[in-house]
Design a protein around this ligand. Structure first.
Ligand SMILES: *Cc1c(COP(=O)(O)O)cnc(C)c1O
Length: 435
C-alpha cells in the first residue's frame, strides 16, 4: 500500500515518530480515531469558526464521532463543506433535527430478536450481530441509536446463545455476520465464530458485512484472508457510497479478498449531498465492477433519528436506476430497496417497464423509450400444481429440496391453496362478519 504525503502529515500529527508500518497497522488506526473537533482541526490544519465548533460539539454529545486517520486523509480540505468524505464522517448540526416521523429503531430490529445477537426476519436467513463497534461512525448509520453507547464486543457466552439459536433452527441456511463491524474482532475471535457456524450442518453460506475496505483497508491483512479462506463458502458485502472512496489501498484490500475466492458485493445508501446523482452513481458502480465488486443493494435512507438531512425522495432512486438499467452492464445495477419501517424487510423498487397487457400480448418499453410488444405463447398449457412433486414430470430431486409453506402473494398465486385474499389484522368489515 502506498504512503502518501497527506497520510504522512496526519500520521506525524498524531504521533511525531509515527512510521509507515504504524499507519498500516489497523489497531494503530483504530486507537487513533479522531473523536473531537480540536484534533480534527489540528490534523487537517484548518480552523472552524466558533459557531461551527459549537454545532460540532453539541452534535457529538448526542451522536458521537469516530473517523479513522486513513479516512480523514481522503478529505478534500479545499472543498470541505461539500466533500463526500467529510459529509459521511463529520457531524452536522442537522443531525439534531429529529422529525416527528423519525424513529429510534425504524426497522424493529430489537423486536425480531429471538435470541441474543440475532435478528430473524426472513424465513431462511438471520443477522448475527457479533460486534457493537465500528472503525468509523458513519453519520448516516441506521443503527445510530446504538452508536457509541455500548462500544463493545459481545462475549463468547452471549454470541454462543445466538449460535445455539441458529443450531436449533434448521430452516436457517444463510447467516449474515453484522454489527457494528465484524472485522473489528480479532482474527482468532472471528475464526471461533466462523468455525462454530461451519459446524452447523444446515448453514450453507456465511456472509460478512463490513465497511473496513472503505474506512480501514489495512484491516484486510494476509493473516485475516488466510483465516477466512478456511470457511468457504463465504461472501462479503462492503459499503462504498462515492467513487472518491475507491483508493489504491481499498482496491488492494478488495483484490486480496477476491483472490481468496470470496465473492464481493456492495451495499450503498442513497445520500443527499453525497451520491444523489445519476452520473456519480454510474461512475461508482462501474468502478466497483472493475475491481470485482458486484453492486448488490442501493438503500433508500432509513427513517432513523438524525438522518433527515440525508434523505432524498424515492423518485431520486428511481431516476438513478432509470439511468443505469440498459445504459450499462446488467451486473453494475444494484437492486434499489426501501427497508420497510416496522420490520417488513427490504422492498425492491424500480421504474416501470411493463406498459400494458392483453390476453396474448405484453407491451413493454426499453431504456431508450422504444415501445415493443412481446407475443405470448398460444400453446402453453398450464398444469394444475397440486404440489405433489413426485407425480410431476418436471424433475425436482426431492432429497434436500425443502418443503415449506407458501407465504404472502406467492400463496395467492398458487393452485393448491384456497386462500383468495390477504386481509389486514383488525379489519372491521371482517370482524363484523365473524359474529
Ligand atoms: C437485509 C437483511 C437480511 C438479508 O437480506 P438479503 O436480501 O438476503 O440480502 C437478513 N436479515 C435482515 C434482518 C436484514 O435486514
Amino acid at each position: 500500500m502506498t504512503y502518501q504525503t497527506t497520510e504522512k502529515q496526519i500520521a506525524s500529527g498524531i504521533e511525531e515518530q509515527a512510521s509507515k508500518s504504524q499507519w498500516r497497522d489497523w489497531k494503530w488506526q483504530v486507537r487513533h480515531c479522531i473523536r473531537d473537533v480540536e484534533t480534527f482541526e489540528r490534523l487537517l490544519g484548518i480552523e472552524l469558526d466558533s459557531a461551527e465548533q459549537n454545532a460540532f460539539r453539541e452534535t457529538v454529545a448526542r451522536f458521537p464521532m469516530a473517523v479513522t486517520p486513513y479516512y480523514l486523509s481522503l478529505i478534500d480540505v479545499e472543498n470541505l463543506a461539500t466533500d463526500p468524505i467529510f459529509r459521511q464522517g463529520f457531524p452536522s448540526h442537522y443531525e439534531l433535527d429529529v422529525l416527528p416521523s423519525d424513529m429510534a429503531d425504524p426497522l424493529h430490529e430489537d423486536h425480531d430478536s429471538p435470541a441474543p445477537c440475532v435478528t430473524h426476519r426472513y424465513p431462511d436467513r438471520v443477522l448475527l450481530l457479533v460486534s457493537n463497534t465500528c472503525a468509523m461512525y458513519c453519520r448516516h448509520c441506521t443503527r445510530k441509536r446504538r452508536v457509541g453507547d455500548r462500544d463493545s464486543i459481545p462475549d463468547k457466552a452471549t454470541i454462543a446463545q445466538g449460535i445455539d439459536y441458529i443450531r436449533r433452527t434448521p430452516q436457517i441456511r444463510d447467516v449474515l455476520l453484522s454489527g457494528g463491524d465484524p472485522f473489528l474482532l480479532s482474527d482468532d475471535y472471528l475464526d471461533w465464530i466462523l468455525t462454530e457456524l461451519r459446524g452447523i450442518e444446515h448453514v450453507e453460506v456465511i456472509r460478512i458485512g463490513t465497511r473496513t475496505p472503505v474506512v480501514l483497508p489495512c484491516r484486510i491483512t494476509d493473516d485475516l484472508v488466510t483465516m477466512l479462506k478456511k470457511h468457504h463458502p463465504l461472501w462479503i458485502n462492503t459499503h462504498f457510497n462515492h467513487p472518491k472512496e475507491i483508493t489504491d489501498s481499498s482496491e488492494k484490500a478488495l483484490a486480496k479478498l477476491a483472490d481468496a475466492g470470496i465473492p464481493l458485493g456492495n451495499q450503498s445508501v442513497l445520500l443527499a449531498g453525497v451520491n444523489d446523482c445519476p452520473r456519480i452513481m454510474r461512475v461508482l458502480v462501474q468502478k466497483l465492477v472493475a475491481i470485482r465488486v458486484r453492486p448488490y443493494y442501493l438503500y433508500q435512507c432509513d427513517l432513523s433519528e438524525g438522518l433527515s438531512h440525508f434523505r432524498t425522495p424515492v423518485g431520486k432512486g428511481i431516476e438513478i436506476l432509470e439511468s443505469l438499467i440498459g445504459h450499462t452492464s446488467g451486473f453494475c445495477v444494484p437492486t434499489y430497496v426501501i427497508d420497510a419501517p416496522g420490520g417488513g424487510g427490504k422492498i425492491p423498487v424500480m421504474p416501470n417497464y411493463l406498459i400494458s397487457w392483453s390476453t396474448n400480448k405484453v407491451v413493454l418499453r426499453n431504456y431508450e423509450g422504444v415501445i415493443t410488444t412481446y407475443r405470448e405463447p398460444d400453446s402453453y398449457e398450464p398444469t394444475f400444481c397440486d404440489r405433489n412433486c413426485e407425480a410431476c414430470d418436471l424433475h425436482l430431486d426431492l432429497t434436500g429440496a425443502c418443503e415449506r409453506d407458501l407465504l404472502g402473494v406467492e400463496m395467492l398465486l398458487s393452485d393448491h391453496e384456497d386462500t383468495i385474499s390477504l386481509v389486514p389484522q383488525g379489519n372491521e368489515r371482517h370482524e363484523r362478519r365473524d359474529d
